[in-house]
Design a protein around this ligand. Structure first.
Ligand code: NAP
Length: 320
């Protein structure tokens, strides 16, 4: 068990965390960025990024590497640590406890921990996870070369990943519970133009079935007629949204009904000194560009917050 003191602790090294660390470095803050895996966050689950200004077409993992290198060039201290809890003491200092036994302390925390994929919660989903059921096209797509697979969902992620998976699979069915997608028009147009992809509208997945070799069948129910049918596939990729990773904070943080953290315009949450940026924040859209925008605001707001705190200004407890 050990304790280390910082001015700022950033939790999660996706685009938001890496950008916050870069700004913290530029602002000469004594900051640490804690990440349980490899830096990059959702960028590592995205093949091509076409909408990050300055990069017309770049691999997600390449952008992640560039962001990491950029943050390090400005002095970011990135540590591989699994954060278990974040709690604010009465003196305004946060204690961030990791599974490695270290307690990181700082008067400011930026939470950039992203989210985890929603589950269908149907029989067979957990049984065949990793044996046909997947939540990451870039990680698992290549295992399904020449095979017939399905994607479940109707948002940007489902439509975009179906398109990606079609480069490996012989046939990709997209199973959606309604008769229209909520995905953006441009992604839909690409999907409809792809001869390897077929949409199965108005179907709810009831069960995933298989054998010792893995997934074999998806059983579905028509959401309009109630008709039951089964589809033979060897893979099922589930993209039905994700849950923001906000459970690390032990005290109550204001959030919307879906669990996304509510912040003010400085990215400060309802807990003074706790800032949030990126996918776990309540906002209209969740893009790489909005994540780094949030993080920029948060890191600069932290600088002001720390100054106010040092000078004993009342703003340090209620805002900046
Ligand atoms: P999303 O936009 O929330 O879409 C979730 C989809 O899953 C919806 O179509 C929903 O159906 C369906 N769904 C939810 N629960 C379901 C269930 N239990 N069974 C079957 N279907 C279910 O989530 P997302 O696609 O992961 O996107 C999340 C955010 O990331 C969005 O803001 C999106 O714009 C952004 N994103 C952007 C890009 C990009 O721009 N390239 C790529 C990926 C993600 P209904 O439509 O019927 O509700």
């Amino acid at each position: 068990m050990s304790t280390e003191e910082f001015e700022l602790i950033i939790v999660g090294a996706g685009p938001a965390g890496l950008c916050a660390a870069m700004y913290a470095g530029r602002g000469m803050l004594k900051a640490v960025l804690l990440e349980r895996g490899v830096p990059g966050g959702e960028l590592l689950n995205t093949e091509w990024v076409d909408d990050y200004p300055g990069f017309e077409h770049i691999l997600g993992r390449e952008l992640a590497q560039k962001m990491t290198a950029h943050a390090i060039a400005f002095g970011a201290d990135i540590r591989q640590e699994h954060v278990e809890s974040i709690a604010r003491r009465e003196d305004g200092i946060f204690e961030v406890v990791t599974s490695g036994g270290t307690t990181y302390e700082a008067p400011a925390v930026i939470l950039t921990a992203g989210g985890t994929p929603h589950k269908l919660d149907v029989p067979g989903e957990y049984e065949y996870a990793g044996r046909g059921v997947s939540y990451c096209a870039v990680c698992d797509g290549a295992f399904f070369k020449g095979e017939t697979i399905a994607v479940v969902g109707g948002g940007d992620a489902a439509v975009e990943e179906a398109e990606y998976l079609s480069r490996y699979a012989e046939k990709v069915y997209v199973i959606h519970r309604r008769d229209e997608f909520r995905a953006s028009r441009i992604l839909q147009e690409r999907l409809f133009a792809n001869p390897k992809i077929e949409v199965i509208w108005n179907k709810r997945v009831r069960e995933l079935k298989g054998g010792p070799a893995g997934l074999e069948w998806i059983e579905m129910v028509d959401t309009v007629t109630g008709e039951e049918l089964a589809l033979k596939v060897s893979g099922c990729f589930i993209f039905i949204g994700f849950r923001p990773n906000t459970g690390l904070v032990t005290q109550h943080v204001d959030h919307d009904p879906s669990g996304y953290i509510i912040t003010d315009e400085r990215m400060m949450t309802s807990i003074p000194g706790l800032f949030a940026a990126g996918d776990l924040r309540m906002q209209l859209t969740r893009q790489v560009t909005t994540a780094v925008g949030d993080a920029t605001t948060a890191a600069i707001a932290v600088e002001k917050f720390l100054k106010a705190r040092k000078s004993g200004m009342p703003g340090a407890s209620v805002g900046v």
